[in-house]
Design a protein around this ligand. Structure first.
Ligand code: UDP
Length: 480
């Protein structure tokens, strides 16, 4: 501590060491946060996991450094990589559990060495940690190197609050949570969170959806965050005011988002997509306004061939035009024939199937009138930002909880159906009802109101902008 004080008096420059979880939905807001910090005059070292860098390299070549443009514009952002403990050729998308096993058990020692080495090689900075709340190691590293520990939660504040009060779930016999039929009563004791039913809880809290390593990681991470100095959330105050205020009774939380749309950062941004994007623009331009349904289930969840088949037939029956992202490797089985036989011919002119796209560019195209989404938090924010209503089909993780907020709290979406027992006729009816008429118009208006609220929050002196400034002040105070 004493050494740090001396450096502050000598005006050592603040230097953030930033490490995101290696998934697209975490990387996107992390990159925006790095740019935001650097634009406030802080030196940033952004550390990608080697596996992520490798994907960027094979897609972008020498342009893989996401900050080259920002650096040319004068921001002090350095970019480097670290191993997660697994060989590079290991298929992390296919073996999520083994991947998280390595992140839990092998990665912490590698980060510890990395931080120690960095501080030794450039001792004249005043370092602090800024890492994903999903990691368990930050308190130990912060303690060892005497660093301020900032945690960044990239999902909804509601899910954070539920996990933060995990002990209450245990006390009330709701962890692991039983099936919907066995537990009718709502969970109504999480401070700042509206009563929530079992079906809406995060999958890894439910008996049916427990994945031991994910549950273990989340539980340890949410214990670890209790010793964080400051906690950032990629949301805005207006979306979840009660939840944020209840959390602030315990620790300082800052709603500084959604950083993804901060106009001041746009000039620095380069593509951070880990996959090549198909261009849908020409196809969309040939379609009337609000007529196309965009369908995507995010960057990593898997689903079954049966689900894809029923959706495909449901879409055909609905007669609605669509763009559908079907990622290679999206099925939980090794099956490579994802779509029903002859589907490509059947949808000629009506549908476009792509392996990956620039989602923001698709959602902001005037032809797109609805988003059939798995309700990942980034996708939800992007839908709001583009004023596009959602039809929700959550698959796992926090997605069911996000759906509850979209439908019940923010009211710009409807439900498609629950679980894997989909029926093509029902799907077709739901999609037709969602895309046509006065109903979709009322949802669109709600989405547009949220878009305006977001723009205001991000403007100079808007709630997120002011909260970021407050965060900067509190950070400086902690570092003194
Ligand atoms: N995304 C994209 N192209 C696609 C599908 C998804 O760029 O074809 C992006 C999307 O814009 C979002 C991210 O991938 O920013 C997915 O994050 P989200 O939190 O929605 O879901 P997750 O992948 O974490 O389940």
């Amino acid at each position: 501590k004493k050494k740090r004080r001396m450096r502050i008096m000598g005006k050592a420059k603040a230097h953030a060491i930033m490490i995101s979880v290696p998934h697209q939905g975490h990387i996107n807001p992390f990159i925006c946060l790095a740019l935001k910090l650097a634009s406030k005059g802080i030196t940033v070292t952004f550390v990608h996991l080697e596996s992520v860098h490798h994907k960027l390299l094979s897609k972008l070549g020498p342009q893989a450094d996401p900050f080259s443009q920002a650096r040319q514009s004068g921001l002090d952002i350095r970019y480097t990589t670290i191993s997660d403990g697994l060989p590079l050729e290991f298929d992390r998308d296919l073996h999520l559990e083994e991947h998280w096993g390595a992140i839990m058990h092998d990665f912490p020692a590698l980060v510890d060495d990395f931080v120690g080495e960095m501080m030794r090689s450039e001792p004249d900075f005043d370092y602090f940690l800024m890492t994903d709340t999903n990691y368990t190691w930050p308190p130990a590293v912060a303690r060892k190197y005497n660093l301020v520990n900032v945690s960044f939660w990239t999902q909804t504040t509601m899910t954070f609050a539920i996990l933060y009060h995990w002990h209450l779930l245990k006390q009330n016999g709701h962890f692991p949570c039983k099936g919907v039929d066995e537990m009718e009563e709502a969970i109504d004791y999480i401070p700042g969170v509206e009563p929530i039913n079992a079906k809406d809880l995060m999958s890894y809290l439910k008996e049916s959806g427990l994945v031991s390593i994910v549950t273990e990681a989340m539980s340890a991470a949410l214990d670890a965050v209790k010793s964080a100095d400051l906690i950032l959330h990629n949301t805005m105050l207006e979306l979840e005011p009660e939840t944020l205020s209840a959390l602030n009774q315990h620790q300082p939380n800052y709603a500084v988002g959604p950083l993804n749309f901060s106009k001041s950062l746009h000039s620095y941004t380069v593509s951070n997509s880990l996959r090549s994007e198909a261009d849908c623009t020409d196809w969309l331009h040939s379609k009337p306004p609000n007529s196309v349904l965009y369908i995507s289930f995010g960057s990593f969840v898997h689903t079954t061939k049966k689900v894809i088949e029923e959706l495909a037939h449901g879409l055909l029956l609905s007669g609605v035009d669509f763009v559908w992202v079907i990622r290679p490797g999206m099925l939980s089985s090794d099956d490579t024939d994802v779509l029903p036989e002859g589907f490509g011919y059947m949808i000629e002119g009506k549908g476009l199937i792509v392996p990956w796209c620039n989602q923001m560019s698709v959602l902001s195209n005037p032809a797109v009138g609805g988003f059939l989404s798995h309700c990942g938090w980034n996708s939800t924010l992007e839908s709001m930002w583009c004023g596009v209503p959602m039809i929700c089909y959550p698959i796992a993780y926090d997605q069911t909880a996000n759906r509850k907020l979209v439908i019940e709290k923010w009211k710009f979406g409807v439900n498609l159906c629950d679980g894997e027992s989909l029926d093509r006729v029902e799907i077709a009816e739901k999609i037709k009802g969602f895309m046509n008429g006065a109903y979709s118009e009322s949802l669109r208006q709600e989405a547009s109101k949220l878009k305006v609220a977001m723009e205001k929050a991000l403007e100079i002196d808007g709630s997120s902008d002011r909260t970021f400034d407050q965060f900067m002040e509190d950070l400086k105070a902690k570092m003194e």
